[in-house]
Design a protein around this ligand. Sequence first.
Ligand SMILES: *Cc1c(COP(=O)(O)O)cnc(C)c1O
Length: 487
Amino acid sequence: MSKDNRKTPLNLEAESFKKLGYQLIDQIAELLNSFDSRPITPPSIAEEWNTLIEPRPLPEIGESAEELLTRATKLLLDNSLYNGHPKFMGYITGSPAPIGMLGDLLAAAVNPNVGAQILSPAATEIEKQTVGWLAEFIGYKNNCGGILVSGGNMANFTGFLAGRAAKAPKDFKEKGFAGLEKEMIIYCSAATHTWVEKAAVLFGHGLNAVRWIPTDDANRMDITLLQAAIQKDLDTGNQPIMVIGTAGDVSTGVVDDLQAIAQVAQEHQLWFHVDGAYGIPAAVIPEMKNTFTGIEDADSIALDPHKWLYCPLEAGCTLVKDPQHLLNAFSSHPAYYNFDQGGDTHNFYEYGLQNSRGFRALKVWLALQQVGRDEYEKLIKEDIELAKYMYDLTYAHAELEAITHNLSITTFRYVPVEPQEETYLNQINETLLDDLQAGGEVFLSNAIVDDRYALRACIVNFRTSQKDIEEIIDIVVREGRRLHETS
Ligand SMILES: *Cc1c(COP(=O)(O)O)cnc(C)c1O
């Protein structure tokens, strides 16, 4: 071995690093300026996806970083779906903010391990402040605790596990399910996101431990049925432990009556978890405060900065009213860790599922400061107004049927002028969605509303303008007509 610095291509020397970095930044800047003129998705179809990359065995010897980066950039720029495109409004993925892209680069360069504070002194402080600001943003108790995670599913899982640890019998940590005398039961509305299913299966409860409470006419959890279900479980010797409210359901953006759920939770000493992965940032708007009344009583809340705070993937966050609950659920102290530096040492590995942790907080922390509360409030409000504008345009159009508008989600469908059977309408809208998605001009997704197959737009996109909405209407009608005429 040489005494001097080891020579390895991994150790890119400074001049090449700068050259490659500047080239890459130039290309990214170009991308950011051209979302509008690119197709949202490349013209390839699913059958061709596996030809995008040449099949080859694992390389035996290395290649030049410059060539690799050039090829990878071209491959990705030509063959990606751009959720930063102003007409992307499918599912729920935020349009990525450039400051977040730079933040991720900086985070990767410093590479703090935000599992332990001694390994990430400043980064841990930044994450603590980010958690506090996110709580303040939505009007949650600001001495709560929390942790950044990869997204909404993980944020909900983290809250779920904290709640379970808080409500399970004292010896649950030792004995697990084998020691239970009563089955632990979880309540949520029928409109709750699929994460609950995953949690019930993965964390050992089984699907039968979940009570999917039907929704009322407004698609909110029916509180009378919730109470009845809890009573029935108590009568049959089960142990209700947790109720989950949704603040912005993934299909149509409806917010449950969180205040009423909070009261039921309090009455029965249940853990109250709020899934606000999509919708809860709208609580920053003073006129919308009423919609979210009750979140202050939540024991835990999931939110997703990579959705409506426009951070690049991945960034989710769990907030917990009393951070001790996270410690109770997740903390352990192996002999090989020397992480307790006394004082206010904050080791994030004790607050969640991960051990080594990346620095996701940086991009969120930077965006919150670059944008500020007032501008965020304005952006979120505008997204809601754009969704409402879309609803109004579909309502007014003879060949479109407006179905729902809540928060920044609008659902509607194409309806030919002459009356048609429901089955035909469902079928033509399903085909229409496929065609629109493949066409690359606009990206919508779908929702099933009262058995109607609806096109669904969710605007969490600061790049979308009124003009985009008007053009989308024209595109949908044009394609709908074409399908109808050729069917
Ligand atoms: C998106 C979403 C989730 C899942 O979040 P991911 O970031 O995709 O893991 C959970 N619940 C709701 C209400 C959501 O909108």
